[in-house]
Design a protein around this ligand. Structure first.
Ligand code: NAD
Length: 307
């Protein structure tokens, strides 16, 4: 195995999990975050990971981005979307001429943000279905099967991306380089735009939304708006697959509170700009109506201000 130098920008739920698993697999990983409690806890106790493989502690360096000095092979961005720009600004000195950037964040527009910090030939994006919860500082839980798909933004075949995908795969994060990763990103956007924003404004769990016939119908109608925009972008998204994934979540993700609801309940900003907001902008570009997505966007913004 060749050891990769990987820095994770944003070591919350996802960053801690990916970083911890890659460190456990023998890679040189640094976690970069600004949360003093997370930094202190991981420094003192290591990272506690609980997943289907069991519970263990992983020792892993963690620091604020501006304190880091290692120029990594890969800088993986796992902040929430509204913090990407600020985080990358403070990590700019770590991006060397060989450093590649990867975003597995939800939503649209991630590649464009990364493109301010590296040549497009060194930027990858992707979609992951890995679930992660930071249940306490320094403690991350995950479970179940997942898929992660990545692609270079310029469409090139890149040996470094293949190496990263293999490293993730071997670390317990099934990952493949997939030319259709952008299709997967949009299908997940359709899913998130529907369920996140509806659960956020109704203050309902996914299961409670699914128990309501009107809620289910609205969720599917919102997803259809996003899928129509994706099709206008020339992407071969699958409405059947997306609606089936939504039905599965409505039927089986009973008590789950999507992150947008969790953020509103905690009085934090949400990722609505890169979900509903970005779909609405793209719909306008194509002259497509996305009235429900737009209404939910306005409602979440109002709820954010109220919080
Ligand atoms: P999170 O809030 O748990 O973690 C984000 C971390 O970024 C926090 O620890 C925060 O302190 C840190 N951060 C904020 N500003 C920073 C800065 N300037 N510099 C460095 N770090 C900074 O979020 P998460 O749940 O891990 O989600 C991260 C991304 O992954 C989001 O785009 C989310 O939509 C996506 N995602 C999440 C899941 C999930 O199950 N949690 C699944 C798939 C995708």
């Amino acid at each position: 195995m060749s050891v990769l130098r990987i820095s994770i920008l944003g070591a919350g739920a996802m960053g801690s999990l990916f970083g911890g698993l890659l460190a456990e697999a023998g890679h040189e990983v640094e976690l970069l975050d600004v949360n003093p409690v997370q930094i202190a806890t991981v420094r003192e106790h290591g990272l506690l990971i609980r997943d289907d493989a069991g519970e263990r502690r992983v020792a892993i360096p963690i620091m604020r981005p501006e304190e880091a000095t290692t120029r990594p092979d890969w800088l993986i961005v796992f902040t929430k979307a509204m913090h990407t720009q600020g985080a990358l600004d403070s990590a700019r000195h770590l991006i060397g001429s060989q450093t590649r950037l990867l975003s597995l964040q939800n939503g649209l527009g991630n590649a464009e943000k990364l493109a301010d910090f590296a040549d497009v030939s060194r930027i990858a994006i992707g979609m992951t279905t890995v679930p992660a919860d930071l249940v306490a500082p320094g403690e991350v839980h995950s479970h179940g099967q997942s898929k992660t798909r990545v692609v270079m933004v310029d469409g090139s075949e890149d040996a470094a991306l293949a190496a990263l995908a293999s490293a993730l795969d071997a670390a317990g994060v099934p990952c493949a380089v997939d030319p259709d990763a952008v299709v997967a990103i949009w299908e997940k956007v359709a899913f998130n735009v529907a369920l996140n924003s509806l659960c956020a404004v109704t203050r309902r769990t996914v299961g409670a939304l699914g128990a309501d016939a009107d809620g289910r119908q609205l969720a599917h109608a919102i997803a259809s708006e996003a899928l129509a925009v994706a099709q206008a972008e020339g992407l071969m998204v699958s409405p059947q697959r997306t609606h089936a994934t939504i039905d599965h979540a409505l039927d089986h993700h009973g008590g789950h509170k999507p992150s947008m609801l969790q953020d509103l309940l905690a009085g934090r900003a949400t990722e609505v700009e890169t979900l509903n907001g970005a779909v609405v902008l793209a719909a306008r570009r194509h002259g497509i109506a996305a009235a429900r997505t737009e209404a939910l966007y306005a409602l979440v913004k109002m709820a954010e201000e109220g919080a």
